[in-house]
Design a protein around this ligand. Structure first.
Ligand code: HEM
Length: 398
């Protein structure tokens, strides 16, 4: 790499509007579609800032998502060790095995199956809200609603006991938290793996109707790989969806005119969820790849072996695709956002996530017309250190 980096990834958000992306990212996007960046973990990579170029990288098989490759952005030695150990179950490899496993999963998460789940998701959302409303406000919406909803859904799908969801949240939080230190991160990973191995062995003895048993019955994966896949789904679907729900609620409360539109016409909810996915982009630090060959993207030659970070957060605000993209506009029609990635690693759970977000948001707003924050927004603690953007607690009443 030649030029000097002018931006560091990840950069913490500035104080002020918690939904703004860091200024340095905006400046990088103005500089060009592909700019040199320094990573906080040491080293350099190319930062891809615009919609067309992010799309191009993610759909090009000459870029690999193999986290074990040298120069893989944001990779520390600790993470490399963790990825190495979970290699078998992680679909970040791009080979035939990834395609085979992915196909197995997409069959379980496709449109018709998710549509059939909607009544069950609705009744879980209502049940969780019944309990919260019966206890009365103020409450922390994260622990009482935004986390239990995706936890209940994924536990039902996999056949995992819902009572254990605090354990997953806690351990997965530590596993992704650089500040917790390498030992704690590894320990959390091991505990989660052991838990899932035990549960999968139990399902082998006593199968049920849920996904872990289905995968075991199909017999296409070894037991430990079924356990790894289940863990991946559990972790992939929990924090992301919970953060999206919490930040969506918060951003609607901060945009009363947008909230009023949605309250007045609940048929807007599908489009609103797409816009919230775009505006909030919880996968805030970008998707990492390594070039396998020399490739030119946006006029920039990326050499074989160089790392690339596709910055979804800033590409989702690309003015040429989303005019006025730094603003929340529920009627925009934002379906082409990149929040679920693109290409062969595009989110397997996106149809499910959409259904959960649509049902949970519509129900929350309908049942609690007086929902409001109980503290000034400046007092909220945002989760910036993790890969996913989120808010620790959301104290509300109604
Ligand atoms: C709002 C919620 C969600 C967001 C924003 C999100 C985002 C993403 C993104 C950006 C990727 C691409 C990673 C890459 O290309 O490197 C991804 C992959 C993935 N997601 Fe999600 N996700 C969400 C919900 C879910 C749910 C509910 C599940 C499962 C039930 C899930 C399971 C997965 C899996 C298994 C992959 C890996 C796919 C592969 O590599 O082939 N996600 N997700």
């Amino acid at each position: 790499m030649t030029s000097t980096p002018t931006v560091t990834v990840p950069t913490p958000r500035e104080t002020g509007c918690p939904f703004d992306v860091p200024k340095s990212y905006r400046q990088a996007a103005e500089e060009g579609p592909v700019v040199k960046a320094a990573t906080l973990t040491g080293g350099e990579c190319w930062m891809v800032t615009r919609h067309a170029e992010v799309h191009a990288v993610l759909s090009d098989r000459r870029f690999s998502a193999d986290a074990m490759l040298p120069n893989f952005p944001l990779m520390t030695e600790e993470l490399r060790k963790m990825v190495g150990e979970s290699r078998k179950s992680a679909p970040e490899v791009d080979d035939q095995e990834h395609i085979r496993r992915r196909r197995m999963l997409t069959a379980e998460f496709k449109g018709k199956r998710v549509e059939a789940l909607r009544p069950q998701i609705q009744s879980m959302v209502d049940g969780i809200l019944d309990g919260m409303i019966a206890d009365g406000g103020p409450v922390d919406l994260v622990s009482r609603f935004t986390l239990p909803v995706p936890a209940a859904v994924i536990c039902l799908l996999l056949g995992v006991p819902f009572e254990d969801h605090e354990f997953f949240k806690d351990r997965s939080g530590v596993m992704l938290d650089f500040q917790a230190g390498p030992e704690a991160m590894m320990k959390a990973r091991v505990e989660l793996t052991e838990y899932m191995n035990k549960l999968t062995a139990e399902k082998q003895r006593h199968p049920d109707e849920a996904l872990i048993s289905t995968l075991l019955t199909k017999g296409e994966l070894a037991t430990e790989d079924v356990a790894g896949t289940a863990l991946l789904l559990l972790l992939g679907g929990l924090e992301t969806t919970s953060s999206m729900l919490a930040l969506s609620t918060l951003s609607l409360l901060q945009h009363p005119e947008q909230l009023a539109l949605l309250r007045a016409d609940s048929s807007l909810v599908k489009g609103a969820v797409e816009e919230l996915l775009r505006y909030l982009t919880v996968v805030q630090n970008g998707l990492a790849r390594v070039a396998l060959e020399d490739v030119e993207i946006g006029g920039q030659l990326i050499k074989a072996g160089e790392g690339v970070l596709c910055m979804l957060s800033i590409a989702n605000r690309d003015e040429t695709v989303f005019p006025g993209g730094h603003e929340l506009d529920l009627q925009r029609g934002a379906r082409t956002h990149l929040s679920f990635g693109y290409g062969i690693h595009q989110c397997v759970g996106q149809t499910l996530a959409r259904a959960e977000l649509q049902i949970a948001l519509e129900t929350l707003l309908r049942r609690l017309p007086e929902l409001r924050l109980t503290v000034p927004i400046e007092e909220l603690r945002f989760r910036d250190a993790l890969g996913f953007y989120g808010v620790e607690e959301l104290p509300v009443t109604w």
